[in-house]
Design a protein around this ligand. Structure first.
Ligand code: ADP
Ligand code: MG
Ligand code: MG
Length: 942
């Protein structure tokens, strides 16, 4: 929230503009919501004495009012403030805006509170026109530089502010370059650039019918207008959606004195990270720069950028197969070409890390041997880097252990758990190229050449690798769904690299050997042709590109990852269990730190292999047996056998029913034995059979015929059976404990399998969970069956103690609101928040996909309630159930086993309502552990 300074809102109204520069900043780093990240940090850097070109920031509030009051009203409100600040800037710099002899040129830069790289547009060299460009030539004696700045300005202004296609400009530039046989932009002379400018102006005239604006004040206001206007552009909106950025006021506008990295061989521009953003390593100062270049040149992949340090430069050369001599001649490091500036920059790096206590992402420019800082922010990093940096900073004493825990985004841990290539499989694969290892990981997929295709193919469930010459913000959607990204151009700080790292997507960038032809949807690489749809593999940690598929494996869970998990465990209060149905899943989850199973589904124990035949035999006669029981008013099979002693058909049905249960018992016992062993003494909540019976029957003719044969009945009988079990609303139908009520023998068999397995595996801690209870009487009936089994097993196995907890899922709203009654019987509750959401919100899980997206877009629900727990509604049901449950049974054990158990926001909610544990899929266990720790720390911090 913006600091509520009285002076800023009192009297004449809001303060919309804040000055920064030469130790006299009005803003500071903590004012990000109001000044945007860029503006706040420029102010902060200037305050601590770093060389920041002075300027001023128009607040995000101004942006909000731009949309609220309209452009005209806002501009007339801030006109004077802007003019005053411009005058102050002129006074400080000794330059004049729009006039010689020393014209003030500025950049107009966007910057929201949260950094959104490449999402908003920036205009450089604003204030140039025929008059000021002449003054600039006179002042610097460098016509080429002045012309280069002017043509850049027209291009950026034309594109960003006037909305012209930047290809139209590129086209003209390329034409002049071709005519002059110039390889790089830097090869163009002042005269060539004049020609470019002439053509650029013609482009503008042709497209708009108007001349390029000469008046600098008009240029400035149009620039401000464009930045505020860009807040609503589709790229920015999409970026916010993908990154779940909400509630920002808008973007700020920074108007800053220009410094020129394009003023000759003694000038440069670059970007740097205080630590390696890919790995988190702190081996050397990590970054790239270009001599005689401006602004985005480094990231745009126009020329091959050079490295900051000698060490970094050598490593880079090695990865590119460039020998030391060539490196020194063509790609020397900043440390070598401008040692003094390097030293200053290196000191600033250390100072900034200490000051911000985090890894920084820096932008700098060197003008005639003088270094200027243009931006700093907490650098984006891969998940492995985030973990390593947090642990290292804590070790270095820059941050506390608790802060280290807070520094890692729980959901990003997902990336650390992703597979890496099997070495042997990778060794065998055909390597066709090596690019830059821009974002780690391993990806195998089918090649597509544009973002739309990527989205379409991925939508059909295909794994795709997006191949582009270079990416731009328009490609975000496709990049998001791709397994991997390959670009032919661009460095480690190119758009593709930065965005991929942020997404945790594997990326190989700047792979110069790859020649992409968008038209034919092919790329060639050293004689190999790869077509759309072909399989390739990328190693984002080495930059290697392979044809074909490569096997991958799970990553190691030690090192910094192990350390951050240990810290998380130190602080969290919430237990973390897993949802696992097999010994293998249980083992994986235990490796990830699961403290038990919170949900062991048993449906597969009726399905796999031969079991389904047994179970179908049971289903075939279940209804008959049930009707016989009712007709004869008996409740057990033994009693039924007695009263039906003369009825051969009835006896056959009963025998078939019994036989099926007899077959299922030992196989299920074996399943539980395996799981209990894998858990080695950790608790296991087993859910009794939950899905409706028709899910176990074949619905197609062929399947029904096969079943008929197996069962020795006619296909018609099976068809009738299936039709008889058909339900209009199966999710609200005959399922869960309702099956156990109708067919108590199934509950009994399952309870027996669990209890016998528990006896067989010493130290097991089984918990039997009755699903879909809405009324305490349902639970009481099922519980009695289980209690009888426990006694029976104890007697038969001759064991004195057999501790089995009996509890229920809370997944029906009625259960939640009658939890005090249910707790009379239940020793634990486990919130089944998938069904509780379905029934609590009245959204069918199977049908809501059609409209939920729309609901979220319209802001009716903030998030998809099946992904992020709806705390206001469904959460309230959870709270009621907790309160009422505890009232009856003080120490009732409470947990959650829905999908929400591994979603950080929902985990925090679970901590705050005082649940004992969350349970989630194995791969989410580390996420839940970290989220649980953060919930504790966040609450403490208030
Ligand atoms: P983004 O948010 O996309 O990084 P920036 O506003 O940071 O956009 O600007 C784009 C580029 O222009 C950066 O490389 C930055 O360093 C450069 N730049 C911005 N303002 C100036 C300035 N006043 N002088 C020189 N270079 C500038
Ligand atoms: Mg920037
Ligand atoms: Mg359920």
């Amino acid at each position: 929230m913006p600091p509520k300074k009285k002076s800023a809102t009192k009297g004449k109204g809001k303060k919309y503009v804040f000055f920064f520069g030469k130790g006299k900043s009005e803003g500071k780093a903590s004012m990000k919501p109001l000044l945007g990240g860029k503006g706040a940090n420029l102010a902060e850097m200037a305050s601590i004495g770093l060389p920041v070109p002075p300027g001023f920031t128009l607040t995000t509030e101004a942006c909000a009012d731009y949309y609220k009051l309209g452009k005209k009203a806002l501009f007339s409100k801030i006109e004077k403030e802007v003019a005053d600040h411009l005058a102050r800037l002129e006074a400080m710099t000794g330059k004049t805006f729009g006039k010689g002899p020393n014209p003030l040129l500025v950049s107009v830069r966007s910057g929201a509170a949260v950094s959104m790289p490449g999402m908003m547009d920036t205009v450089l060299n604003l204030g140039l026109n025929e008059e000021t460009v002449a003054a600039l030539i006179k002042l610097t004696g460098d016509e080429r530089f002045a012309m280069d700045s002017y043509r850049r300005f027209i291009q950026m202004f034309g594109n960003v502010v006037m909305g012209l296609d930047h290809h139209d400009f590129e086209h003209e530039l390329d034409a002049v370059k071709k005519a002059k046989k110039a390889k790089n932009d830097t090869d163009l002379t002042a005269k060539d650039l004049k020609e470019v400018i002439k053509r650029y102006k013609a482009v503008v005239k042709k497209a708009t019918g108007k001349n390029f604006p000469e008046n600098p004040m008009d240029q400035l206001w149009a620039g401000i207008d464009a930045v505020f206007g860009s807040w609503n552009n589709p790229r920015a909106i999409k970026y916010c959606q993908i990154n779940d950025i909400r509630g920002l006021m808008g973007t700020a506008v920074n108007v800053q004195t220009m410094v020129f990295g394009n003023s000759g061989e003694n000038s440069a521009t670059g970007v740097a990270f205080t630590r390696d953003p890919s790995t988190g390593e702190n081996k050397y100062f990590y970054g790239e720069f270009l001599v005689n270049a401006q602004g985005e040149d480094v990231v745009a992949g126009i020329r091959t950028p050079q490295q900051i340090t000698i060490a970094g430069s050598r490593e880079w050369a090695k990865s590119q197969g460039i020998d030391e001599k060539t490196r020194k001649e063509q790609f020397p490091s900043l440390q070598e070409v401008m040692p003094k500036c390097f030293k200053t920059l290196d000191n600033i790096r250390l100072k900034l890390e200490k000051h911000y206590r985090d890894m920084q992402d820096l932008e700098f420019t060197i003008e005639d041997g003088e270094l200027f800082m243009l931006q700093t922010r907490n650098g984006k990093r891969t998940a492995p880097a985030a973990v390593k940096i947090a642990i290292d900073l804590a070790k270095e004493g820059l941050i506390t252990e608790k802060e280290a825990v807070m520094r890692v985004e729980p959901s990003s841990l997902d990336q650390l758990l992703h597979p890496v290539f099997v070495q042997a499989s990778e060794d065998k694969a055909k390597k066709i190229a090596v690019g830059l290892p821009a974002s780690p990981g391993a990806a195998t997929g089918q090649v597509v050449f544009n973002a739309e295709d990527a989205e379409e193919w991925a939508g059909k469930g295909k794994a795709v690798i997006l191949c582009r010459v270079e990416t731009s913000p328009e490609d975000i959607g496709g990049m998001h769904v791709a397994k991997g990204i390959l670009t032919a151009r661009g460095g480690m700080t190119s758009h593709a690299a930065v965005v991929a790292r942020g997404m945790g997507t594997c990326c190989v960038a700047g792979c110069g050997d790859v020649n992409i032809d968008y038209k034919t949807k092919k790329f060639t690489c050293k004689g190999v042709t790869v077509k759309e749809g072909d399989w390739i593999s990328l190693n984002g940690s080495t930059g290697a590109v392979y044809t074909g598929k490569i096997d991958s494996v799970e990553p190691a869970l030690t090192g910094p990852f192990g350390k951050i998990m240990k810290l998380a465990d130190k602080y969290r209060k919430l237990g973390v269990r897993t949802n696992a149905d097999t010994p293998h899943d249980a083992e994986v989850a235990v490796r990830f730190g699961a403290e038990g199973i919170g949900l062991c589904r048993t449906e597969h124990m009726f399905f796999e292999g031969e079991r389904i035949v047994s179970f179908r035999r049971l289903i075939l006669v279940a209804e008959t047996v049930k009707s016989l029981k009712d007709a004869n008013s008996v409740s057990t099979l033994d009693e039924l056998e007695k009263v039906c002693a003369e009825d051969k058909k009835a006896l056959a049905a009963i025998a078939q029913y019994r036989q099926a249960l007899k077959e299922l018992l030992p196989v299920q016992r074996k399943d539980f034995t395996g799981i209990f062993k894998a858990l080695a003494g950790r608790p296991c909540t087993v859910r009794l059979l939950d899905p409706p019976l028709h899910e176990f029957l074949p619905h197609d003719d062929a399947g029904q015929k096969e079943m008929a044969q197996q069962m020795g009945v006619s296909p018609k009988d099976i068809k009738n059976l299936v039709e008889g079990l058909h339900e209009f609303n199966p999710m609200l139908g005959h399922r869960g404990c309702r099956l156990g009520i109708t067919y108590p023998e199934v509950t009994e068999m399952q309870a027996r399998a669990i209890c016998e397995a528990a006896v067989a595996v010493k130290g097991s801690k089984p918990e039997i969970m009755v699903p879909l209870v809405g009324n305490v009487k349902e639970l009481a009936l099922q519980k009695q069956i289980i209690l009888d089994v426990i006694e029976d097993v104890k007697k038969k196995k001759k064991v004195k103690r057999l501790n089995v907890l009996i509890g229920t899922m809370i997944e029906i709203p009625r259960a939640a609101v009658t939890a005090d009654e249910i707790a009379e019987e239940a020793e634990f509750f486990s919130f089944g928040t998938n069904d509780l959401t379905q029934m609590g919100c009245g959204f069918s899980r199977d049908d809501a996909g059609k409209f939920l997206g729309e609901y979220v877009n319209a802001g009716i629900y903030e998030y998809d309630p099946f992904q992020v727990l709806d705390q206001t509604g469904v959460g309230e049901l959870v709270k009621i159930a907790c309160r009422k449950g505890r009232k009856t049974r003080k120490n009732i054990k409470l947990g959650i086993c829905g999908e929400h158990g591994g979603e950080p926001k929902s985990v925090e909610f679970c901590h705050n309502v005082g649940l004992n544990y969350v349970s989630c899929s194995p791969y989410r266990v580390p996420i839940a552990r970290l989220a649980a720790a953060q919930a504790v720390l966040r609450k403490k911090m208030g």
